[in-house]
Design a binder for this molecule. Structure first.
Ligand code: ZN
Length: 250
């Protein structure tokens, strides 16, 4: 069994064949953690977990959302979904899209609220950090929180340091074509790695739609880089993810 710790199967790219994609993953032994974002994404993700046994949910908000109404409604919906979800996220900081200092402070203040919420609900955090690794890791350290760092974009050295602080480093399916991701997967011990697709994005084949079953290629690639059998990568990453999300697997 493999766990895709981060996917967006509720996105419109799957409107034509969503159930098929999820069932295909199920047949291949892939469990999906769907990341439902904002009020619409949360509603659709809660529907998905009700319908499919191999789908679990984390709920969060994209860091580039600044509308107060949407932030408040999202937090309210997450509180109300407590017993049905396995984590919070993605939430975090995005400095790639947001360059303005004042806006970045707003991002940080919303991020703090989700950190608070994760403490209140006792749910683990899935972090989105784009070009903001230093600030993200500093905030998590100050808050004394260990988290899952989705699609880690920092340097291999930063990844190793984050792992030593107790964070999980998530490797996406585009490791097939990313030397940065390959270096990170090589540098970080298996005890700190998990796998994701970020479907529909980050496909192993550029410009195609990604889907959870591709996680098998990620496991293979990591096994090749580390010179170990693929079953060792599968077992370790599945164990790490199941423990982090406290999953009761089928
Ligand atoms: Zn995502």
């Amino acid at each position: 069994m493999l766990i895709d710790v981060h996917a967006h199967l509720d996105f419109k790219q799957f409107d034509a064949d969503r159930d098929e994609v999820i069932e295909r993953a199920g047949r291949e032994g892939v469990v999906i953690i769907n990341s439902g974002l904002g009020t619409t994404g949360i509603g659709n993700t809660l529907d998905l977990i009700q319908k499919h046994k191999n789908v679990y949910a984390t709920l969060g908000l994209t860091p580039t959302e600044f509308k107060t109404d949407e932030i408040e409604s999202t937090i309210r919906l997450i509180r109300g979904s407590r017993g049905r979800i396995v984590g919070l996220g993605e939430v975090g900081l995005d400095y790639y899209w947001i360059k303005d200092a004042e806006k970045r402070r707003e991002e940080a203040s919303t991020f703090s609220r989700f950190i608070e919420l994760s403490r209140e609900l006792k749910l683990p955090l899935v972090i989105h950090s784009r070009d903001a690794e230093e600030d993200t890791l500093r905030i998590l350290k100050e808050e004394g929180i260990t988290a899952l760092l989705h699609c880690f974009g920092g340097s291999p050295e930063q990844a190793v340091e984050a792992a030593s602080e107790g964070h999980l480093i998530s490797i996406p399916a585009n490791i097939a074509n990313s030397s940065q991701k390959q270096k990170i997967a090589k540098a970080v011990a298996l005890e700190s790695l998990v796998l994701e697709t970020d479907s529909p994005y980050l496909s192993p084949v550029p410009k195609t739609r990604n889907e959870p079953v591709n996680i098998k290629e990620t496991a293979k690639k990591i096994a090749e880089l580390k010179g170990v059998d693929v079953s060792i990568v599968e077992d370790a990453t599945t164990k790490n993810a199941a423990e982090f999300f406290r999953l009761r697997l089928p």
